[in-house]
Structures are given as C-alpha cells and as structure tokens.
Design a protein around this ligand. Structure first.
Ligand code: AMP
Length: 325
C-alpha cells in the first residue's frame, strides 16, 4: 500500500542548503523510491503561500517568489508526473478546514507553540495569522490522509499539533475522519547550521543559498566563523567540517582534514569546490527551467486540479462529521 507524503516550503526567499538537506532532498528521495525499501509514496508538495503571507505582503514579490519556488522544486528533481505540486492558496479547503479546527483549538494551547513563544520573547508584534499558523498547518497535513511529513527539526512541533488536532476532532465528532501523521526528520541534518554556527535560517542572514553562484558560495564559506574547540579539536574548524559533511562522507574528508590541520584557508577552499561541484548542475538545470514560465504555470494548474479533488473529498467528510451537511 502506498503511503501519503506531504510537505511544503514557504515562498519567503531563496531556499538554502539547510532547507535542502533538512527537508527538500527527502521529498525527491522518497518520490523516487530511495527511502525505506518497502515503502512507496504518493507525494504532495506545496508552496505555502498563505503561510508566507505573514511575512511577504507585496503582490509582485509574492507572485515572483511563488514561481521561483516551483522552479526550485523542479530543479531539485521533483517531477509533476510523480508528485502533486501545488500552491496552497489554489486549494480553498485548506483555509476552510483551518476555520473548523479554530473552533476546537484553545488559545493557551497555541500559546505553547515555539514560533509564538519566540516572537513574544523578542517583544515582536504578532499577527493573528502567525499565532494561528499551527492550525492552518494541521489543515494542510490532515486534508491528504498524510502518513509522513518530511521536515527539519524546527517543524516537529507543528506535526505534533496536527496529530493532537486530528485526535481532538475525531474524539469530539465521534468519527475517524483524520489519520495521524508522523514527521520524518533525519537526525544528521535535523538542524543544519549556518555560517555563524547557529541554525541556518533566512532570518539570521547566515545561509548558503541552494542555487548560489560560485562567487556567492566563496563569499559565504570564507565568512564561516572558524572555531577549533569543538569535538573534532586539533586544528579542525568545527563549523567548516560540519558543513563539509553534508557533501562528502567523513571517511572521504578525514585525510584532507588530517593533512591540513589548522590550515583554515585550504580547508575552506576545498569546501567551496565541493559545494560548487554539488550546486552547479542544480543551478544549470534551474536556469534552463526558468526559460519556460508557461511550464511552471501549467505544473501549478495541474497540481491544483489534483489537490482539489483529494482535499475536497476530505473536507466533505469533515463537514458531514460536524453536521453542516
Ligand atoms: P521554511 O519553509 O523556511 O519553513 O522551511 C522549509 C523546510 O526546511 C522545513 O521543513 C524546515 O524544517 C526545513 N529547514 C529550515 N531550516 C533548516 C535548517 N537549518 N536545518 C534543517 N532543516 C531546515
């Protein structure tokens, strides 16, 4: 039996190698059957534009970032013949189901969400959309009878929220409407560090973009904060080594790091080479795809048709369970 996989990325700017190794690579691997040997997946990958609306509040920018993210998806190997690739706002069932969930989720429960607590701790003004983010995300996940959600560590709590909300709904409305999803988080890449050693994040300005030019890679790698006091002490710059391990195995890297202990410039130059060798084909593929915007629009149209069929069927079940039809 095929399992349902769902995940999404917010169109809030260029994705970085943390997004890729933490989540997006798994989308492609699982789509292509490179997961556990016995499992195959019906994949649903979406552009989370309504989530991004909490940050991107400029129409032209939103349109461009959305097309960009679809190009990113296609360039890393997501295949519209195998996966449903769609835009969240094209499937109204997401927001409609989120409203239904709003009526059974309490405010104190949402106040425990990390994203909300972080924003509050920083004294940031929080809009209702950001506060409600986990509810919309629960709707995103639960509409597709999702079994697995490949994500980075920072999204683990959101998948737990989706499970809790599914259980609560099924309990209140004495139904078995929603399936309980599980996150897929790969331990080695659960939180990819940025060039300053903190979690790689667009908002920290510490990223290496996934489709970076060689110059951008060079600039970012040379700016990696070096520190040799970590577990791999003895002249090995921890942050450089940790990043390097994303691209080559420890066994492959060992001789390089032993021979060049303490020679940070040489090690960083080797890292630039390895990142560029990895990114170059992706970058070139993306450039080719970018010349055919019509294709991108068609992918989203087809994806919307397929996603709406599935999502509307599940929404209908939920509406029957609550008694509005
Ligand atoms: P976003 O759309 O920016 O929320 O992130 C898209 C996906 O990338 C989510 O599954 C995140 O958990 C994942 N992600 C973001 N940053 C990192 C990171 N530094 N390490 C691992 N995964 C990440």
């Amino acid at each position: 039996m095929k399992k349902n996989l769902l995940s999404g990325v917010k169109p809030t700017g260029r994705p970085h190698i943390g997004n890729y190794f933490g989540a997006m690579k798994q989308f492609v691997d699982l789509q292509d059957g490179r997961g556990q040997a016995s499992d195959s997946y019906d994949c649903h990958l979406f552009v989370a534009d309504y989530h991004a609306l909490n940050l991107i509040q400029d129409a032209e920018q939103m349109r461009q970032l959305t097309l960009d993210l679809v190009l990113d998806y296609l360039a890393i190997g997501l295949d519209p013949k195998k996966s449903i690739i769609f835009k969240q706002s094209d499937v109204p069932a997401h927001t409609e189901l989120a409203w239904i969930f709003d009526t059974i989720v309490t405010m104190p429960y949402l106040m425990r969400a990390h994203a909300y607590k972080d924003a509050e701790a920083k004294n940031k003004e929080i809009n209702v959309g950001t506060f409600n983010y986990p509810v919309l995300m629960a709707a995103d996940i639960l509409l597709y009878d999702t079994d697995v959600v490949p994500v980075g560590q920072d999204q683990k709590q959101h998948v737990e929220y989706a499970r809790d909300i599914a259980l609560k709904f099924n309990h209140i409305f004495k139904s078995e409407t929603f399936k309980l999803p599980e996150p897929i988080i790969l331990e080695s890449v659960a939180t990819v560090p940025g060039i300053d050693g903190r979690k790689m994040s667009k908002s920290y300005n510490n990223t290496i973009p996934l489709f970076a030019t060689r110059e951008e890679i060079q600039k970012a790698v040379m700016a990696i904060v070096t520190d040799s006091g970590g577990p791999e002490a003895g002249g090995v710059p921890t942050n450089v080594f940790v990043m390097h391990k994303l691209f080559k195995s420890e066994a492959e890297l060992k001789p390089l790091y032993e021979t060049n202990a303490g020679k940070y410039k040489i090690l960083k130059e080797a890292l630039v080479e390895d990142i560029d060798a990895f990114i170059k084909p992706l970058r070139e593929r993306r450039e080719k795809l970018a010349s055919d915007v019509k294709n991108v629009i068609k992918v989203l149209e087809d994806g919307a048709n397929n996603a709406n069929i599935k999502a509307n069927a599940k929404l209908l079940e939920a509406k029957k369970a609550i008694g509005v039809i």
